[in-house]
Design a protein around this ligand. Structure first.
Ligand code: NAD
Ligand code: UD9
Length: 431
């Protein structure tokens, strides 16, 4: 059993803190957001993830997990703070990592271990975190252990993957690596792979997500090419994947979430060699415009049309809307509207607006103007499915046919049965 401080209690830090606590470690969760600490102190779990509420409650009730709004001493410090990214400059924000290091420094003792779990550009552990921690007067590698151990859990299945996924552990030296291995061994059921280079561990995490992003870009490009040949690209990809060495991912409305659209750019922090990776990002980002074109193709003009977007979560069965393809589509539709509304050379009357209605049974975000299913489709000209939520598999095409003005459905996630919708008179377009 060890004492552990977990810095940052979000999607990663909170399940991690609860996991160590449920495996008998004495864990303190720390977050700079007072509301998070107050909520957890009252037993409120603020992260929407299957099974997490019960898992965290168990940890809190056992007394092994406590929360605090102050940093203190611990044998292990695990950092799971945000590493956001500026879409314009393509620069990461590492100030939270630095702040966590500076907060730990006054409490760091010889023999302690600091583990960075946040996803970061290669070099961050050594170049950003290490100097912040060494403000303690102690040296990384000799006085304290310093490690990068990337997190690879899949949102929607975090608790299972936390335990079962393999782990990559890269310390700044062998002693650091071993210190982290001893800790993770207490609950990790997957294999633990080690490297005595923290930068390698950072790189590995980024290339896992880059592989997925580039593979999805290939699938998206194949979907566009498939349309040119009038074939169903999903059927073709499924058949291609029967080959033992082919594994093409699924096309869709674009790539969302907090990781895949961001992490590939981190590779470009100190390298000018991103080429295919940049192209892949552009292809995936371009899928929203492709959906707009599909709608234009079906409806003629978008002028005065009402489009119902089903799914603003970034993927199925989660409530997270970060980098959501559904919201990107809403924005692309608004851009199309702005283009329509630009002054006409003949001085014609500006067209009426494109109406966008957002519906998502998994999202509770009050800042989004979400409507229920019935209100979303009443008088709508088209429905676009942009997240593969389970609920969407059971939509009743007859009810949609009755409620909508036009019978157009664009299924970007392969959740609908096209023949059922066609038999209700729908024009069904798929990606
Ligand atoms: N969410 C995922 O699926 C996922 C998966 C793998 C890796 N990651 C990476 O893990 C890191 C954390 O992501 P997340 O999704 O948990 O973020 P999050 O925004 O859900 O949570 C981060 C928490 O850290 C807190 N925080 C900010 N600065 C702090 C500080 N100096 N000290 C203590 N707490 C601080 C915030 O208040 C917030 O509660 C990121 O680098 C992310 O890229 C995320
Ligand atoms: C390598 C890997 O597996 N990494 C995972 C990933 O988690 P995620 O939840 O972000 O990942 P996805 O499920 O891939 O979804 C992303 C977007 O891609 C769309 N998509 C997906 C598959 C497909 O074939 N076609 C698509 O279009 C999907 O709809 C959604 O918008 O990053 C986390 C943080 O680093 C990791 O921890 C986690 O292991």
């Amino acid at each position: 059993m060890s004492t552990i401080y977990v810095h940052g209690l979000g999607y990663i830090g909170l399940p991690t803190a609860a996991m160590f606590a449920n495996y008998d470690h004495e864990v303190t969760g720390y977050d700079t957001d007072e509301a998070v600490i107050e909520g957890l102190d009252d037993g409120n779990v603020h992260i929407d993830e299957p099974g997490l509420r019960a898992f965290v409650t168990q940890a809190l009730e056992s007394g092994n997990l406590t929360v605090s709004n102050e940093v203190d001493e611990a044998k292990y410090h695990i950092i799971a703070v945000p590493t956001p990214f500026d879409d314009e400059t393509k620069e990461p924000t590492l100030e939270y990592v630095e702040a966590a290091g500076e907060a730990i420094a006054p409490h760091l003792r010889p023999g302690d271990t600091v583990i960075l779990e946040s996803t970061v550009p290669p070099g961050t552990t050594v170049e950003t975190l290490q100097p912040a921690l060494e403000q303690s007067g102690l040296d990384a590698g000799s006085d304290f252990a310093l490690v990068h151990c990337p997190e690879t859990v899949l949102p929607g299945n975090i608790i299972t993957e936390l335990k079962e996924n393999d782990r990559i552990i890269g310390g700044v030296n062998g002693v650091s690596t071993e210190a982290a291995v001893r800790l993770y061994e207490s609950f990790v059921e997957g294999d633990i792979y080690t490297t005595e280079n923290a930068t390698t561990a950072e790189f590995v995490k980024l290339i896992q997500n880059t592989y997925r992003d580039v593979n999805i870009a290939l699938a998206n490009e194949l979907a566009l090419i498939g349309e040119d040949y009038g074939i169903d690209s999903r059927e073709a990809i499924e058949m291609a994947n029967t080959h033992p060495r082919v594994d093409i991912h699924h096309p869709g409305p674009g790539v969302g979430g907090h990781c895949l659209p961001i992490d590939p750019w981190f590779l470009g922090q100190n390298s000018d060699n991103l080429d295919l990776i940049e192209r892949a990002r552009a292809i995936n980002d371009g899928m929203a415009d492709h959906v707009v074109e599909t709608l234009r193709d079906e409806l003629g003009s978008l002028e005065g049309r009402t489009i119902a977007v089903f799914g603003v979560a970034y993927k199925g069965n989660v409530g997270d809307t970060r980098q959501s393809p559904g919201l990107d589509l809403a924005q692309a539709l608004q851009k199309a509207e702005a283009e329509l509304a630009s002054p006409k050379p003949d001085g014609g009357v500006p067209p009426s607006a494109v109406g966008v209605r957002l519906h998502d049974p998994h999202v509770a975000d009050q800042t989004l103007d979400l409507v229920d299913r019935k209100s979303a489709i009443a008088g709508a000209d088209a429905v676009v499915i942009t997240a593969d939520h389970d609920e969407f598999e059971h939509l009743d095409p007859a009810a949609f046919a009755d409620a909508m003005a036009e019978r157009v459905v664009v299924d970007t996630k392969d959740v609908l049965d096209p023949s059922e919708w066609k038999s209700e008179g729908f024009s069904v377009r798929r990606i």
